[in-house]
Design a protein around this ligand. Structure first.
Ligand code: A2R
Ligand code: GDD
Length: 311
């Protein structure tokens, strides 16, 4: 199958490209990175530019589009709400409308577990039926886009699915996301061989984490599916951990002694205290469930940062 990953040069896209190619698909990446023209399967795209989107879609004519491109940081969305909405809402609308006009293939929209927002409790995990009360500009942008594209897809009879991944992490994720922030600082401290202080944000929040290989295995199944029995699927482990527990585990693995300093600059104006979800629907319809424990994923990610920092 010919699969086009929009925003495919990002963290998830790199892993997804490798996994899809290993399953014998022909994979194309469209992203806004500068050196796109030098690599065969890469195309430079900008979601603001409908002509460019049209050229790429008519040139490739994919069987399936996985739309990963986004301003993906919750933290940045507080500082740049306008740019977040422009990329995530208007940019996605540009992409979808051009696709519907010139290449109406299957369309997978990557939303976020953040769309559910503040109503989760310890004993009531989210399901796809839960009401959404998003509590940051990024979450608003993903909810709005998912709803908008689902309506347009219905009108045009385009096979469409809206996925809601909860937090995910692994090698190659850039700093600015919690586990990359923790691992990169620990690896740097180990490199100096001396005890060090690392800066962290709010440790009281609870989040439901998946290792990158589990997210990618789900996206492969959705890319290969002929139909989607439901319009929305949550992708999650089913269990939230306090960020403090994750930090404690990583610090316990450190080869040098680590002190922790809370940095108020890393706090956000509002946060959902807990985000936790069942992924039962993805299991029932697609036989997907995560394979990696949180500890395995953390160990692999810390080891990757160690090698990267040595290099
Ligand atoms: O922001 P950049 O220059 O790193 O490029 C990102 C790209 N992107 C765009 N591509 C084309 N036109 C745009 N206007 C545009 N704005 C952003 O999308 C980046 O290469 C990619 C997104 O990758 P990451 O930020 O690494 O996100 P990640 O973790 O791979 O997440 C994939 C999806 C996103 O929709 C998240 O919101 C969701 O999963 O959690
Ligand atoms: N980034 C960061 N850095 N977050 C920290 C830190 C730190 O040093 N210390 C504590 N945190 C807390 C944040 O306050 C938040 O509660 C949690 O760790 C996770 O933050 P991020 O890793 O930045 O991710 P996010 O939850 O805001 O968003 C991610 O997950 C969403 C799905 O739930 C992103 O990957 C989104 O794109 C994705 O949709």
């Amino acid at each position: 199958m010919k699969i086009l990953l929009i925003g495919g040069a990002g963290f998830v896209g790199g892993h997804l490209k490798n996994a899809l190619m290993a399953r014998n698909h022909e994979v194309f990446i469209a992203d806004r990175m500068e050196n796109a023209a030098q690599i065969d399967s890469y195309r430079k795209i900008d979601l603001d530019n409908r002509d460019l989107i049209r050229d790429i879609l008519t040139g490739i004519r994919p069987d399936c589009i996985v739309h990963l491109a986004a301003q993906s940081s919750v933290s940045l969305s507080w500082k740049e709400p306008e740019q977040t909405l422009r990329t995530n809402v208007s940019g996605s609308l540009n992409l979808f409308q051009v696709a519907a006009e010139v290449n109406p293939c299957r369309f997978i929209f990557i939303g976020s577990g953040e769309e559910y927002g503040i109503l989760c409790t310890e004993d009531q995990a989210f399901t796809e039926e839960s009401p959404c009360v998003p509590c940051n500009p990024y979450a608003v942008s993903k909810l709005c886009t998912g709803q908008l594209l689902a309506l347009l897809a219905k009108k045009k009879q385009i096979p469409f699915v809206h996925l809601r991944p909860f937090n995910h992490f692994g090698p190659q994720q850039r700093t600015g996301f919690v586990i990359a922030d923790f691992c990169s600082q620990i690896a740097r401290a180990e490199q100096t061989g001396k005890s060090a202080t690392i800066k962290v944000g709010n440790l009281e929040m609870k989040r439901d984490f998946l290792y990158i290989d589990d997210i990618v295995s789900a996206y492969c199944l959705f890319a290969e599916a002929e139909r989607y029995p439901h319009g929305i699927y949550n992708l999650s482990s089913g269990k939230a951990y306090r960020i403090r527990e994750i930090l404690d585990y990583l610090v316990s693995q450190s080869r040098v002694s680590i002190q922790v300093e809370i940095d108020p600059e890393k706090y956000r104006p509002v946060e959902a205290p807990i985000l936790q979800s069942s992924a039962e629907l993805a299991w029932l319809d697609f036989s997907w469930k995560p394979q990696y424990s949180l500890q395995e994923g953390l160990q692999k990610t810390l080891d990757w940062w160690r090698i990267r920092t040595e290099g």
